[in-house]
Design a protein around this ligand. Structure first.
Ligand code: PLP
Length: 396
């Protein structure tokens, strides 16, 4: 059954407000055009420049740009020597890529439930999941909200585990005064189209470990000791294949886009934060709605604005709530359907929804609202107006 717009069938706005469109300025177009008109369009000097700006921005010694965050997570596991039935602890409340890469590496994903309402992996639950086979922990900075890194690093140190941060959503976020990505451990960013910095598709790993960064570069491009750009710079055709590498490189076209995007990341984060505050100010007035919480000492990246609704207090369920927003011409989304209830994971590992009760209960109550820097005052007011109408009209 379709849900009509509330006020006599007239939606809050005439045109659809997208959920997360890319924010591309003329400078990005010019930068991409410059690369396309040059003699070098694949991995080259723009990638090197993007790496250097990125490491400077997050405060790491090194950054390696890649074709995706998925590639970065997978290569980080591989280079850390994880595979062959090792166990890697991660959250079920993430996009499937976080868990899929553990399987690709030949290891076992072991889920630790999230904390109530923060959506972040619970250090308490991680402790319970450690066995003699555990080798690594992948915390996810969900939506740009930093995970409990101090507690997670303490656990890792005590049990000699590796931490690989999934910071796909978290460029610009900070933990206790430091940018996410500045820690010693590998941190993996995504530059997919809906992320706060986009290269259309793309990712990067930041690290302080030079040997690790060199291995990442080697494995990301076939294992070649001398890639095409180095040949161009240094001369000589000869190269070796030192390891059987992958094809996970970024192109200069993407990097040129990323360089311009990175210049606006802080300014855009502040815009996102202002939108979040306006949403939360409205939502705090409804006792059956919970706006996202922010942990002490963190700066949220606000890639997502996930709200939690107690649908038992409403006359409609989550899907009809999303339809009701749609009827007002406001796009929304759900982040995430937990990995353990995906059919592959259910069939292969026998998971039941309530094996991770917090993740499952949050999933049933979660709706993500549009949050992006191009939203103007009218767009923000439209979302607020639509939410307000729907929450009043459908509450029991
Ligand atoms: C939490 C998380 N991790 C990893 C990824 C994978 O990122 P990519 O698409 O750059 O491979 C995503 C993608 O959205 C994600 O949301």
């Amino acid at each position: 059954m379709t849900v009509p717009a509330i006020e006599g069938g007239t939606p809050v706005r005439k045109t659809v407000l997208s959920f997360s469109p890319p924010d591309i300025h003329d400078k990005e177009m010019d930068a991409v055009r410059r690369v396309l008109q040059s003699k070098w369009i694949t991995s080259g000097k723009e990638c090197k420049k993007f790496e250097s700006l990125l490491s400077k921005y997050v405060g790491s010694e090194h950054a390696v740009v890649l074709g995706s965050a998925t590639a970065g997570l997978f290569l980080s596991l591989k280079i850390e020597g994880i595979g062959d039935d090792d166990e890697v602890i991660t959250t079920p409340y993430t996009f499937a890529a976080t868990a899929n890469v553990i399987l690709h590496a030949g290891a076992h994903p072991v889920f630790a439930d999230i904390e109530d309402e923060s959506f972040l992996i619970s250090p308490e639950q991680i402790r319970k999941k450690i066995t003699a086979r555990t080798k690594a922990i992948i915390p996810v900075h969900y939506g740009g909200h930093p995970a409990e890194l101090d507690a997670i690093r303490d656990i890792a140190q005590k049990h000699s585990l590796i931490v690989i941060e999934d910071a796909a959503h978290a460029i610009g976020a900070e933990y206790h005064g430091y940018k996410i990505g500045s820690g010693k451990n590998p941190t993996v960013f995504s530059f997919h189209a809906v992320k706060n910095v986009t290269t259309a598709e793309g990712g990067a790993v930041t690290t302080d470990d030079e040997a690790f960064a060199n291995e990442l570069r080697l494995y990301s491009l076939h294992g070649q000791t001398k890639d095409a750009y180095s040949k161009l710079q240094l001369g000589g055709w000869e190269y070796d294949i030192a390891v059987p590498g992958y094809k996970f490189n970024m192109t200069d076209i993407q990097a040129a886009l990323g360089i311009e995007q990175l210049k606006r990341v802080d300014e855009n984060r502040v815009k996102r934060e202002k939108i979040a505050k306006q949403y939360s100010d409205l939502l705090n007035a409804f006792d059956f709605v919970k706006p996202p919480s922010i942990k002490e000492g963190t700066t949220h990246g606000w890639n997502l604005y996930p709200l939690l609704i107690d649908f038992s207090a409403m006359k409609i369920d989550r899907n009809r709530f999303i339809d009701a927003l749609g009827a007002e011409n406001i796009s929304s989304n759900v982040h995430f359907k937990p990995v353990h209830i995906m059919s592959y994971y259910r069939k292969t590992f026998g998971y039941k929804p309530l094996d991770f009760p917090v993740a499952y209960s949050l999933f049933l109550r979660e709706v993500s609202l549009p949050i992006y820097p191009q939203m103007n005052r009218q767009d923000i007011n439209d979302v607020i107006e639509a939410l307000s109408r729907i929450l009043h009209y459908y509450k029991k």
